[in-house]
Design a binder for this molecule. Structure first.
Ligand SMILES: *Cc1c(COP(=O)(O)O)cnc(C)c1O
Length: 468
């Protein structure tokens, strides 16, 4: 079982807290308990066998950012009169992001580039979609908006459209390149389309949609183009600088109007921040909120959140300026090299097939057996891959923990054993597909109801106590 998948983690190890303790516990004792759990959990990803999630892996960098957090964690970024440092952090993080994504090109072509910091990728996506909705209502009178995403676009877009009352239209991908079919996107755009999406790169396959073609389409049809760089935003620019085949996806590309990039992924920050950048101030400001008539005073907020901790801004700012361009570049060099070495191991097995043109993240499947057999065997050897469906595939988002000595070698050995396992068991059903894989025959409404019920039970269990 994966860490955290047992029903009541730690219930057998520590007393279960069911009420506020009458008298506060000793701080040292609490910290010792927290250290124990953190050390146990860190030891899993520190093997380098876990895909994604732990992008930086440098405990000293984490401790440094935590110290920065500690200085500002109690400050409220909503109240700049008493917390003016938040303005420095926010302004400078956004400036670094705008520079990384070549906002000077936006300025040169009449744009007024700005940004905002949100709580994560989903937050950036929600605010981007909300900006498009509000701006389209104001400038184009659109009352029944729709948004077009590639099928590989992150579910955060589905969630944003769901929350904001926007119709989501889904364009298929070309199976060979695993990038969106641009003609299909064009066919889905109508007079109520507020924006379209391209990913750089998408979560599943790590492939980059044809942002230049989508940009031309967006301009021709008068709609916005969001580039989802939540995952790739802080690594692809450095991959490009290293000479890897990464086409421009940022403000250099005409038609790109917003970009999301997660500081808490390859930005190597603490969890809880993401950047959302706009070619034009008017688009961002369209979702500013004002309530001037409230008895509690005049109120405004730049996004959905009210009070926010300055601590995350301080930690993100500190992490970025401590890493610097050369730091990001060096990490990217190691990550790309490791990923290509791991991909070479996949290529050495004719039974396996890499999907699209992978870079720092690679996904693969098999035309000869269910790839979840490979996943089963890899899990038994301590690997945590991410599972994809339609078609079944697995992926590894290569992060710094994989760049340690010995991980590529372990991968090469374990993958070979996993392929043997898959060949030997090809006529049986793999174990892990029940959790991660697609249901045979594709998506159906009945399967959706059933799987949703299972997932609701899981989410319930994630916040439940053991019975007394
Ligand atoms: C992670 C991710 C998101 C969502 O980000 P969260 O930080 O999990 O909310 C969006 N798009 C892509 C491509 C991602 O990888």
């Amino acid at each position: 079982m994966l860490l955290g998948m047992s029903s009541y983690p730690y219930a057998s190890r520590y007393p279960v807290v069911r009420t506020l303790p009458e008298h506060g516990r000793d701080r040292e004792e609490i910290l010792a308990e927290l250290r124990e759990m953190a050390t146990a959990e860190d030891s899993f990803w520190q093997t380098g066998k876990a895909s994604g999630s732990f992008y930086c892996g440098d405990m000293e960098h984490y401790a440094f950012m935590s110290e920065a957090f500690g200085l500002y964690g109690h400050m409220n970024a909503l109240q700049r009169d008493v917390c003016p440092s938040a303005t420095r952090f926010e302004g400078e993080i956004i400036a670094m992001g705008l520079d990384l994504f070549h906002s000077s090109e936006a300025t040169a072509t009449g744009g007024d580039p700005v940004g905002m910091i949100t709580s994560g990728g989903s937050g950036s996506i929600l605010h981007a979609v909300m900006s498009y909705r509000e701006h389209a209502a104001k400038t184009r009178g659109i009352r029944q908006p729709n948004f077009v995403k590639p099928e590989t676009g992150h579910p955060a877009f589905d969630k944003a459209c769901h929350l904001l009352g926007i119709e989501l239209r889904v364009a298929p991908i070309d199976p060979l390149s695993a990038t969106v079919d641009v003609d299909a996107v064009a066919a889905l755009i109508d007079e109520n389309t507020i924006a379209i999406l391209g990913s750089a790169s998408n979560y599943g396959y790590g492939t980059i949609d044809d942002i230049a073609a989508l940009g031309q389409l967006a301009i021709a049809r008068g709609v916005g183009l969001h580039v989802d760089g939540c995952l790739g935003g802080f690594i692809l620019p450095f991959g490009e600088q290293l000479g890897h085949p990464i086409p421009p996806f940022d403000f250099r590309v005409p038609g790109v109007t917003t970009i999301s990039a997660d500081t808490h992924k390859y930005g190597y920050g603490l969890k809880g921040t993401s950047l959302l950048l706009f070619r034009d101030r008017a688009l961002r400001n369209s979702q500013y909120f004002f309530q001037t008539g409230w008895t509690g005073g005049k109120y405004c907020s730049p996004g959905i959140d009210g009070s926010r901790s300055s601590g995350l801004l301080a930690a993100t700012w500190a992490g970025m300026v401590a890493t610097g361009r050369q730091g990001y570049l060096n990490y990217a060099r190691e990550i790309f090299a490791t990923s290509y070495a791991m991909q070479a191991a996949v290529r050495s097995h004719p039974e396996l097939r890499l999907i699209g043109r992978p870079s720092y993240l690679y996904a693969f499947t098999s035309d000869e057996f269910d790839i979840y057999h490979v996943n089963d065997a890899l899990r038994a050897r301590g690997w945590r891959m991410n599972g994809l469906q339609y078609p079944n595939a697995i992926h590894m988002a290569v992060t710094r923990p994989q760049t340690q000595a010995g991980v590529v070698e372990a991968w090469t050995t374990d993958l070979a054993a996993a392929v043997e396992h898959a060949i030997a068991n090809r006529d049986t059903a793999p174990k892990s597909s029940a959790i991660y894989g697609g249901v045979a025959g594709g998506w159906t409404e009945e399967a959706d109801d059933f799987i949703s019920a299972v997932m609701a039970d899981m989410m319930d269990a994630h916040q439940a106590l053991p019975p007394q």
